[in-house]
Ligand binder design. Structure first.
Ligand code: NAD
Ligand code: DAU
Length: 329
């Protein structure tokens, strides 16, 4: 099988490529990425000489480049996007271009070449849940995005499913909660906390810190996508989440401080994010019941492994951090 991975130089895309080459060593994987500030080919150093891996520099908003890449692949796994909510508040236009137009351009190619299309999306399209409730997002939840990022991802989800209904493109969609693990850009909360502590700085908590995310390990996400590609029903949406039981940002910071052996005085409260979604939680029973997927149960171990990874891999993140911190100045 020949798989085109868009956004393969990003966090989840690079983990997915490594995962796929390991579990499907006979398949060919093509990484299609325009290398924005978030694209790092260094994340794939260990597979760059694998004869079944190749890289194509290209932009998903460019139909010609996309058609050339899609022409003879069997599956498109679409990760490429602008992904940072804080950036979408500073500069929404590029989110609409890459996430909405880029997805439409890819779907046109999938339609033209009759290619299977998997769209990787987010739980943020469903908006926010209340604290202290048992509510969860599922494939039946109404879309109610609150940030330019989530609104653009919502647009891309609708386009993907519309191409299935209108043109019969074999589309599947996954809406996943917050991922963590190696090779995540230091602009995101978990690596920002870890690398700030490594640098002797404080953890910066937006607002009151009583915001809840449904954390899951990136490899679990890769496994979920694998199952949907191999056994999922086309035209369907699968929601994917973790097992962290409503851990708040503040509690997550406390766990990380414990791993470092540092006091809670290293937490600093800063100005809140506008439109900040209070709580995310995902019901993953559909992908569990239909495809046998479930998240791994060892969150604390995975968290500690992730901290150790950043401690050992400063070569990877040091340059990235300098650039990502510049958006906060
Ligand atoms: P990321 O920001 O780490 O990487 C995005 C990648 O896309 C980069 O390599 C970048 O160069 C590439 N890219 C951006 N615009 C492009 C364009 N116009 N043409 C070609 N390449 C382009 O992203 P991530 O965190 O790995 O997220 C990947 C996907 O998963 C996104 O679609 C995101 O919405 C979704 N998602 C992310 C999370 C999460 O927690 N990170 C959770 C659920 C869903
Ligand atoms: O839910 C899935 C989404 O998770 C993905 O679709 C997005 O691409 C991904 O970026 C992530 O979005 P969040 O906004 O939840 O992630 P972020 O890491 O930016 O923030 C996580 C939480 O931590 C959120 O409540 C904001 C807060 N935060 C973030 C930063 C960067 C802080 O308190 N301090 C920080 O420094």
């Amino acid at each position: 099988m020949k798989i085109l991975v868009t956004g393969g130089a990003g966090f989840i895309g690079s983990n997915f490529i490594r995962y796929w080459l390991k579990h499907h060593p006979k398949d060919k994987v093509i990484n299609f990425d325009s290398l924005t500030y978030a694209g790092h080919l260094e994340s794939l150093k260990d597979v760059e000489n694998n004869p079944n891996y190749s890289f194509v520099k290209g932009d998903i908003t460019n139909q010609e480049e996309v058609n050339k890449a899609v022409k003879d692949v069997d599956i498109i796994v679409h990760f490429a996007a602008e992904t940072h909510v804080d950036r979408s508040i500073l500069d929404p236009l590029v989110f609409v271009k890459s996430n909405v137009i880029g997805t439409q351009v890819l779907l046109e190619a999938a339609r033209k070449f009759k290619t299977r299309f998997h769209h990787v999306s987010t739980d943020e399209v469903f908006g926010a849940l209340e604290l202290n409730t048992k509510d969860k997002f599922s494939h039946n939840t109404k879309y109610q995005p609150n940030s330019p990022y989530s609104a653009s991802k919502a647009g891309s989800d609708h386009l993907a499913l519309a191409y299935y209904t209108t043109f019969g493109v074999p589309v599947t969609v996954t809406n996943c909660s917050n991922n963590f693990g190696p090779f995540q850009d230091t602009e995101k909360f978990m690596p920002r906390m870890i690398t700030n502590l490594i640098d002797g700085r404080n953890i910066l908590i937006y607002g009151d810190g009583k915001y809840v995310r449904d954390w899951m390990y990136v490899e679990d996400h890769c496994h979920a996508i694998e199952l949907v590609l191999l056994k999922g029903r086309v035209g369907e949406t699968y929601t994917v989440g973790g097992l962290t039981e409503d851990i708040s940002n503040l509690e997550l910071a406390q766990k990380i401080l414990k791993i470092f052996g540092l006091p809670e005085s290293r937490i600093e409260f800063v100005k809140d994010r506008p439109g900040h979604d209070r709580r995310y939680a995902v019901d993953w029973s559909k992908i569990h019941d239909e495809l046998g997927w479930e998240p791994s149960k060892n969150f604390d171990e995975r968290l500690e492994e992730t901290v150790r990874w950043y401690q050992k891999n400063e070569w990877w993140w040091r340059g990235i951090k300098e650039k990502s911190e510049s958006i906060y100045k």
